[in-house]
Write a protein that binds this ligand. Structure first.
Ligand code: NAG
Ligand code: NAG
Ligand code: NAG
Ligand code: NAG
Ligand code: NAG
Ligand code: NAG
Ligand code: NAG
Ligand code: NAG
Ligand code: NAG
Ligand code: NAG
Ligand code: NAG
Ligand code: NAG
Length: 466
């Protein structure tokens, strides 16, 4: 395993820059530092994929006894800093460095987890980077040049996907260095797509929850030094998400803010696509909630998504929308008019929206106690406080909005898409957003969103909105 020293040597090329000789052009890097090795299998051909058919040898999330069953709701302490006049309130630490901040007093940064919370968050992030590394290569290896060309993706576009796979080599290496000896290895996966359009749609969904899964915990990490490195990886993932939306002919960023979600939501979405992992792979402590399905998911391959909204349109978790079920006359990748055309492009307007406030959303949920994830060795669960399905919770941008679940029958119910805005001019629910079913409508804000987890009955599912 790569060591602490290897992680630090990531910075070697900058730290060791030599002064330029007199008269020579200045150079940013003396190129004297050794190049740190990567930790990955550079697989470019098709690899073995498919569902797991064996018997699990271990069951459930990694766990230890909990010190509390539920969190108290404690008021924030009075702030120790207020600034009513915009002036410096304290002497500077050193010239040009205002007082305060963390890691700003000369103490050397420590780029490793400082708690189980940190360790498990980075482990989840590594599981995510590993699937992306496999997935991007797998799509390139699975579909022919003709398939990609028919979906409007050129050789240059395919090279960009390949480059994104290579970014994952760096991300998985860096997170492995942060974690140390027990960093989990790459697994084997089972993907839900059959066409290039579905591959691209799956990618824009998977990178959405990968990105949002990290935003959800970044500010909560004990190790700010390690958080800084992870932020620098996740910002490239954010660009991947946007580019996959462009490849899918969708408006690239129809929101003013990118949403953060709890780790257990990201793990619930990720686990179904992992079929097996090596025997001793480090396990996760996060919860797998029962699955959630949108039976009438708006299909981004349609000019008018409200035509045949129920036909082959069920989407569970992060599954892509079916690209082959759409009638020729309604198939937007082949349309040419502005407002109808959804072929790969930097940006497209939609004349007919994917979804709208007031749209009925038909939901179906799975059960607790179902085997899921690598080697079927995790089990879906809900807390005793998630006693019944009562609300659909829409989570996007800076907001969480509850609407009552109606017409509940068995494991189905209907929710009406709410009409909310973050700020005037920015409808909250747009782009690839999150829906969960909850038992209570507990008030949460972006930094305590995970407090809803004890009330999550099922989900999340990704909703193609806007
Ligand atoms: C610097 O800050 C760290 C916490 O970030 C603290 O542990 C350490 O004692 C501080 N050192 C000094 C010299 O104040
Ligand atoms: C699992 O076993 C392999 C091979 O012995 C070893 O390289 C790796 O570090 C082990 N992983 C963990 C998490 O212990
Ligand atoms: C999971 O399945 C793989 C492939 O069959 C196997 O190699 C591995 O040992 C299994 N892991 C566990 C924890 O049973
Ligand atoms: C779609 O399915 C829902 C739930 O079964 C039903 O209420 C609705 O009428 C259907 N819509 C159409 C257009 O078939
Ligand atoms: C899409 O729908 C068609 C028709 O129902 C079906 O044959 C096909 O398998 C579906 N594709 C996927 C990826 O589920
Ligand atoms: C879209 O256009 C391509 C190329 O002309 C054609 O092969 C394909 O059948 C069309 N798809 C649909 C759903 O009409
Ligand atoms: C795209 O949509 C925006 C907002 O509705 C509109 O202002 C603009 O004119 C549209 N552009 C085109 C080319 O349709
Ligand atoms: C959504 O709310 C805005 C602001 O109150 C309002 O202008 C708009 O008509 C509403 N849309 C729907 C579909 O209710
Ligand atoms: C709930 O069911 C009633 C009776 O079948 C129906 O009239 C109503 O439209 C349904 N509500 C929704 C939101 O689908
Ligand atoms: C959405 O979040 C923003 C920022 O926290 C807040 O100002 C706004 O009131 C929220 N909107 C709703 C409808 O709750
Ligand atoms: C979350 O934080 C908000 C303040 O931003 C607070 O009003 C709310 O009670 C908290 N929710 C929970 C469940 O602790
Ligand atoms: C979603 O964003 C797009 C791009 O800004 C906009 O054209 C569309 O009207 C938005 N949809 C909703 C439901 O707000």
């Amino acid at each position: 395993m790569l060591s602490h020293a290897a992680a630090l040597s990531l910075f070697g090329a900058f730290a060791l820059a030599a002064p330029a000789p007199q008269g020579a052009l200045p150079t940013l890097s003396a190129m004297t530092a050794p190049i740190p090795p990567v930790r990955s299998s550079q697989v470019t051909g098709p690899t073995s994929h498919g569902p797991f058919s064996g018997t699990p040898t271990v069951l459930g999330a990694l766990s230890r006894p909990a010190t509390m069953m539920t969190l108290p709701n404690v008021p924030a302490p009075s702030p120790s800093y207020v600034n009513p006049n915009g002036l410096l309130q304290n002497d500077e630490t050193v010239p040009y460095q205002p007082a305060g901040g963390q890691g700003t007093n000369g103490t050397q940064p420590y780029y490793h987890p400082l708690s189980d919370f940190d360790y498990q968050s980075f482990t989840l992030a590594l599981y995510q980077e590993w699937i992306e590394l496999d997935l991007f290569h797998n799509g390139l290896a699975t579909f022919s040049v003709a398939d990609f060309e028919a979906a409007g993706l050129t050789a240059e576009d395919r090279f960009l996907i390949e480059f994104m796979a290579n970014q994952e080599v760096g991300h998985s290496t860096m997170i492995s260095n942060i974690l140390g000896a027990a960093a989990p290895a790459q697994c084997t996966y089972n993907y839900p797509f059959k066409t290039v359009r579905e591959f691209i749609d799956f990618n824009q969904r998977l990178t959405r929850f990968g990105e949002s899964g990290v935003y959800g915990f970044l500010g909560h990490l004990d190790s700010r030094a390690a958080a800084t490195l992870l932020l620098q990886a996740i910002t490239t993932e954010a660009r991947q998400q946007l580019i996959f939306r462009q490849f899918n002919g969708q408006f690239p960023m129809p929101v003013w803010f990118e949403v953060g979600i709890p780790q257990s939501w990201a793990w619930t979405l990720l686990a179904p696509y992992i079929s097996s992992c090596p025997a001793n792979n480090t396990r996760l402590a996060w919860q797998n909630f029962p699955s959630l399905t949108v039976l009438n998911e708006p299909n981004p391959n349609k000019i008018d998504p409200q035509i045949n909204p129920n036909v082959s349109s069920a989407v569970t978790g992060s599954d892509p929308s079916n690209s082959t079920v759409v009638a020729s006359s309604n198939y937007c990748p082949n349309a040419t008019a502005v407002g109808s055309d959804c072929s790969a492009a930097i940006s497209h307007n939609r004349t007919l929206p994917l979804s709208y406030p007031g749209r009925p959303i038909y939901l179906q949920w799975g059960n607790a106690g179902q085997a899921v994830g690598p080697n079927n060795s995790y089990v879906t669960s809900r807390s005793p406080t998630a006693d019944a399905p009562r609300y659909a919770m829409f989570v996007n941008q800076l907001n969480a909005t509850y609407v009552p679940l109606m017409n509940i029958s068995g494991n189905t119910g209907v929710a009406i898409q709410p009409n909310t805005s973050t700020f005037a001019g920015d409808p909250t629910i747009n782009g690839t957003s999150f829906i969960v079913v909850t038992s209570q409508n507990v008030y949460v804000t972006p930094f305590n969103l995970s407090n809803i987890n004890p009330f999550v009955f099922a989900g999340p599912v990704l909703y193609s909105s806007g």
